[in-house]
Design a protein around this ligand. Structure first.
Ligand SMILES: *Cc1c(COP(=O)(O)O)cnc(C)c1O
Length: 374
């Protein structure tokens, strides 16, 4: 079987986790801070705060941005449900805007139409690893006093205009799920240059409890701690952070590998009838290779490939069409036609570190057969 995504674990990763198991700290120990420092250094920003997964990291970012009941969060329907769900967890209202058909990312003009004095966050997604241009969203957000939270779960290691993804937005969220660029099993992080946002993120991932005497109202001894906000237990363990540290050392190689896979697909698939290869970008991270074919043959291609053991996927059924979103907000088919059309054509081809050239060749031959003889 050839999956669409897969982790890459080597003996160094295994040894890194084992050494934590032999030590004193399984959680809340020094490896958490080591991983956070290394991650912040890697993306070139001041702070990284780890979370138990990418979804809890998004939730933390919405909290730190101050999203409260009724506040609006503008985002894309072409994403995993976790992006807009994180606004809901805080009582916020997700406001979708349509996408740019070329890149699959939030369209700034469409987002602009949704901007209001109730907008608290604009949350573009660097869909598939294509680094969405942030400056229009930053400008829009500044004009109404909102923040930009980039969902960078597809884009660790990607870059644009000389900046790594993670450096430009007020906060950028990463996931370390096994299909993402680096893995900690489950895991996530928020990176930021803002000290106050970093403080809020740390507070939120550990029950809202502080041990800092300066933040306490009634400290009466060295044992004191105070819950000063409602937080959660969203911590990442030292075991996971050891794996993350070890994986992070390989990030540059991982991204190069993915770009090489994408380059080979581009060359062969661009020539095929009806095929649309993903928009290129020199800083693309290629979490996904989001290939498109005419909507009327997408399902057949999907089933034919799965019959051959090629476990393709579709990213994503637009979030506004999930029954929960339809029922809660009255969304319906036709609300975001560009995202809906993109979805009807999309098929994510295998791209991961360790995908062999011969396995990739097999994938491309099957697609070629099918598209030439539909
Ligand atoms: C993976 C992903 C998430 C959620 O990350 P988890 O670690 O699985 O919770 C959020 N947004 C996007 C776009 C993702 O791809």
């Amino acid at each position: 079987m050839i999956p669409y995504g897969h982790q890459y674990i080597d003996e160094k990763d295994i040894e890194a986790v084992c050494s934590v198991l032999r030590g004193d700290w399984l959680t809340q120990g020094p490896t958490v801070e080591s991983f956070e420092k290394a991650l912040a250094a890697k993306v070139g920003c001041r702070y990284a705060v780890t979370f138990s997964n990418g979804t809890s990291a998004l939730h933390g970012a919405m909290f730190a941005a101050g999203v409260e009941k009724g506040d609006e969060v503008i985002t894309s329907p072409m994403t995993f449900a976790a992006t807009s769900n994180s606004a809901l967890y805080q009582g916020g209202v997700p406001v979708f805007a349509d996408i740019d058909e070329r890149t699959g990312c939030l369209d700034p003009e469409k987002a602009m139409e949704k901007l209001s004095h109730r907008t608290k966050v604009i949350a573009p997604i660097s869909y598939s690893g294509y680094p969405v241009k942030l400056s229009p969203f930053m400008e829009m957000a500044r004009s109404v006093g909102a923040l930009v939270v980039e969902d960078g779960c597809h884009a660790l290691g990607a870059s644009r205009d000389g900046f790594m993804v993670g450096q430009e937005a007020d906060m950028t969220v990463f996931s370390f799920h096994p299909v993402k660029h680096i893995t900690t099993g489950e895991g996530g992080a928020v990176v930021t240059n803002d000290e106050e946002l970093a403080r809020k993120l740390r507070l939120f991932r550990s029950h809202g409890i502080t041990k800092d005497p300066d933040e306490m109202e009634n400290a009466d001894g060295p044992w004191s701690n105070e819950m000063i906000d409602l937080g959660y237990n969203y911590r990442l363990t030292d075991l996971q952070c050891a794996l993350g540290l070890s994986q992070l050392e390989k990030l540059d190689d991982f991204v190069s590998y993915r770009r090489a896979v994408a380059g080979r697909y581009d060359e062969v698939l661009a020539e095929l009838p009806g095929a649309v290869i993903p928009a290129g970008h020199p800083g693309h991270g290629y979490h996904l290779y989001a290939f498109r074919v005419p909507a009327d043959i997408r399902k057949k291609l999907f089933l034919d490939l799965r019959d051959e053991g090629i476990w393709v996927q579709v990213h994503y059924p637009p979030v506004h069409l999930h029954p929960y979103y339809r029922k809660s907000f009255g969304y319906k088919i036709g609300d975001f036609p560009v995202a809906e059309r993109f979805y009807s054509m999309e098929i994510s081809l295998p791209v991961y570190v360790g995908l062999s050239e011969s396995d990739q060749g097999l994938v491309m031959r099957k697609i070629e057969d099918m598209l030439k003889n539909p």
